[in-house]
Each structure stands twice: as structure tokens, then as C-alpha cells.
Design a protein around this ligand. Sequence first.
Ligand code: AMP
Length: 369
Amino acid sequence: MQARVAVLGGGQLGWMLGLAGIPLGCEFTFLDPGAGATAGAVGELIVGALDDVAAALRAATNATVVTYEWEGVPAATARALESGAPVYPPPEALDIAQDRIVEKTKLRDLGIATAPFVAVDSLDDLHAAVDIIGLPSILKTRRGGYDGKGQAVLRDPADVDGAWPRLGAVASILEGFVPFDRELSIVAVRARDGEIRCWPAVENGHRDGILRLTRAPAPGLDDALQERAEAAIRPLLEDLEYVGVCCVELFDLGDVVLANEIAPRVHNSGHWTIEGAETSQFENHLRAILGMPLGSTAPRGPSAMVNCIGAMPDRDAILRIPGAHLHDYAKAARPGRKVGHVTVTAPEPETLEARLRPVIALCDRAVLP
Ligand code: AMP
């Protein structure tokens, strides 16, 4: 039976959903504002804004199920489609992920530890919040920030007055600055029948606020750390009666993890699963939303994923490296843009590191035309 999957958003995440879904017998329609959207290569592309409900209804015509690949999709668009087909993950997940106060409050209510936080709606609020949270702390806009944008670190009292207008004097959150050892994330999938499976927690390195390198499983991952990471996502998926893949970004402080951000979709830190796990996050997302049995989330061995930021590396040089798998999103080169990624697999960690070094060097050397 062919299933028709309507996807709100048509970037590389949609493209990889398509690549995973075609062998499962799925056909895809994507809604994206860009006529050249990456996912157009693997399905029908409806060009329209994501807040254009009429265009979204067109994209969802005859859909078996509707999903989304971007947490910025207006929840109103997702809800408008619910009368025609199930929308998974639930649109409530968008309400939560789009507002940092709602997000952190939800996590706290579920007993998932976060950095201390206070809502800030004025400069006076900000001074009061600094008195409560202390310094250093980090001011973030409640809405619209991503990849480190819309944030200011407050290190001493003189930073406070300038940060508020610099972020646009908009509704914000002040968070305590977490002295983490490293950043992790946990990607999980919940099926329609409530079964939850988690991939191993991974370690993420960022550059200029953009994910650069994921190591999977996170080096040193033991059962206790995996349990702590899963405890930061399982209650959320159960509470929302979530269906599909979700990611929670975490700070690792050694004996405790804190949840920082929820991404109610397939996630960049899960790209390694395509070659590195028994079942990829993209395939399991589709299996979940279509009511199919979930696949194993076990890793096949150690792996790592390097994002290609700005421009693609030398293709043939990458392909000559054993265990290197190139993913070129066919996007125009542009500073700061995610244009592809390389996953490296190996039988054991030492070989992985030896293969990874030239991949990182080639990605660093990629130049903008
Ligand atoms: P976010 O947009 O919340 O994902 O934050 C982007 C990056 O800023 C994170 O990946 C961290 O490196 C850093 N960051 C965010 N929040 C905090 C915090 N409360 N304490 C320390 N670093 C943070």
C-alpha cells in the first residue's frame, strides 16, 4: 500500500525523510516557501509560506498522515490540517518548542531538570531576574532564536542595560549560565501504541552556535548516563502522547544532565543514524507516524557526523576515506549555511578517530566559491 506523507517544510530534513520513506512505499508532498527547496528532489513540492493554510491544505490533499520537519511551523497551520489526516507529532509540541518559557516550564513540571530561569518582559524585569539568577547568566528571546541567535551572555552588571535593546527589547528568558562539561543530545521515537525507543545519547560540538560534530554514542557513555538522558525525554513523550521522533538537547555536568531545548522533529544530531544505527531516525519517524512497527535503535558501532557549513568539501577526497558517507543537500554555498554532512563509521573508536581527522580537515578547508 502506498502511503502519502505530507511534510510541512522542505529542507534537508524533509529530503532525508523522503530518502528513508521511498523504500517503505511512501510518496511525499512538501510545503516550503522556496521553489528550489532541497526536498523537491524526492517528492512533490508545493511552494507556499508555512502560515498559508490554503497552501498547506493543498499539500495535505489525500495525505495518509501529516508531519513537519521544522519546529517553526505555525501550530495553527498544523492544527488546520487535523480534520483531514492525523498530524504527528502533535501540534502542542510546536507550541512548547516555539516559546522558551513554555518549554522550560513544561520540562520543570515533568520533573526534568533545567538551568534556573525567569521570564523577562522589560529592562526592570531583567534587573530583577539578574538579582534572582545571578551572573553569569544568559538572556535569550522567548521566540525565534536558533543556532545561538537571539542570545546574550551577561558576565558582569555592566552588560545588563546593553543586552536588553540588543536583543530587541522583546519577551525573553534569563537562564543561569551552566558550567557544563559537554553538550549531549538524546533522540527518541514514540510509536502510536506508546512504545518508546531511544538511540544512544550523543556528544555534540558547536562552532559559532552551529552544530559541527556529533560523536555517537557519546564517548564514555555508560548505562547510568544513558538512563539520565532518557529520563529527560521519556516523560515528555508520554505526557504529550507524542508520535514520531523528538530530540532533547542536554548539558552534561558529570553526575547530572540538564535539558536545554526540545526539537519536536528529526534532528541534526541524529543524522549519524542513517549509517550508524540499525534504523535511522528518519525511517523510525515514518514508521511511527504511519503506525508501522519501530526498528532497532542500536548503534552498529562508533560513528561521527561532521556538518558541512558554508560549502561542501572536496567530494572525491571524502569518498576515498573508508567509512566516510557523503550527504550533499545540493544547496548553494553561503556562509553559515548547512549544505551537507559526512558520517564516518568504523569498527572501533581508534579507527573512527583516524578516519574522522581527514574528514574534519577537508570540511574545514571547504571554501566558498
Ligand atoms: P540554544 O539556542 O538554547 O540551543 O543555545 C545555543 C547554545 O548556547 C547551546 O548549545 C550552548 O552551547 C549555549 N547555551 C545555551 N544555554 C546555555 C546556558 N544556560 N548555559 C550555558 N550555555 C548555554
